[in-house]
Design a protein around this ligand. Structure first.
Ligand code: PGA
Length: 263
């Protein structure tokens, strides 16, 4: 974590908590976030409870994200959701190119880039996911793979007039998702620093300001070590975000570190 970047803790609920339990979780997240002043908190519930969760979070410190978006603004695309629909449902963020989308739904680098564009057009801030598989890591290809994924969308990233970038990036080593395995802080920092370096070639403000989140089995027990890395600016949390207690503990770890680094 670096003092120039406000940490971001995002919870990806995946295909869980799509009914009343989701609303209860959103409510618990609002309560949890009340005491947080140095960290941005985002939750990504399933589509079925987006609007209701957004109503629960209205006026609170918790922002809402979609878990996916279609690349087109509207059309005959049965079962799909557009950026403006997400935004009409109360979302200000959207997760794009999650490894499960890439692996199970055929999302390519080109499609991910189109979705980043669609998110911007719909006034949403994308959290764009990148990361290597176990096979790629073992073959020593981690940086090549992640670089290819980042370069695919880096050209469409934007910086606002005040110099703040309009997107976050999540590094999620695929082998660490839902497996209980985490990249150690050193492994995470190596990739995060590389991503920032590649962004630097595009734009200095983009490189300095983009929040790069770590993702993959983040839990209260390992959050401190990961968030203390200079280029880790937050976390995209899956399993542990389904419980407000553990999600809150991760957000508080970020709050404490952010407070400490700001002095
Ligand atoms: P996990 O999921 O924390 O359950 O590993 C992370 C993610 O896929 O966003």
């Amino acid at each position: 974590m670096h003092k120039s970047r406000r940490p971001l803790i995002a919870g990806n609920w995946k295909m869980y908590k799509g009914g009343p339990t989701g609303l209860a979780l959103a409510r618990a997240c609002v309560e949890m976030a009340q005491g947080l002043h140095h960290v941005d908190v985002v939750i990504a519930p399933p589509f079925t409870v987006l609007a209701a969760a957004a109503a629960e979070c209205d006026g609170s410190r918790v922002a809402i994200a979609g878990q996916n978006v279609h690349a087109r603004s509207e059309g005959a695309f049965t079962g799909e959701i557009s950026a403006s629909m997400l935004s009409d449902s109360g979302c200000t963020w959207v997760i794009v190119g999650h490894s499960e989308r890439r692996a199970h739904f055929g999302e390519t680098d080109a499609l991910v880039t189109d979705k980043v564009r669609a998110a911007f057009d719909g006034a949403l801030t994308p959290i764009v996911c990148v990361g290597e598989t176990l096979e790629e890591r073992e073959a020593g290809k981690t940086l090549d793979v992640v670089r290819r994924q980042v370069e695919a969308f880096a050209n469409v990233l934007k910086v606002l007039a005040d110099g703040r970038p309009r997107a976050a990036i999540a590094y999620e080593p695929v082998w660490a998702i839902g497996t209980g395995k985490t990249a150690g802080p050193r492994e995470a920092e190596e990739v995060h620093a590389a991503i920032r370096g590649w962004l630097q070639a595009h734009d200095a403000d983009l490189a300095q300001g983009t929040r790069i989140l770590y993702s993959g089995s983040v839990k209260p027990e390992n959050a401190d070590g990961l968030l203390a890395c200079p280029n880790v600016d937050g976390a995209l949390v899956g399993g542990a975000s389904l419980d407000a207690g553990s999600f809150g503990a991760i957000a508080r770890a970020a709050e404490v570190l952010a407070h400490a680094t700001s002095h």
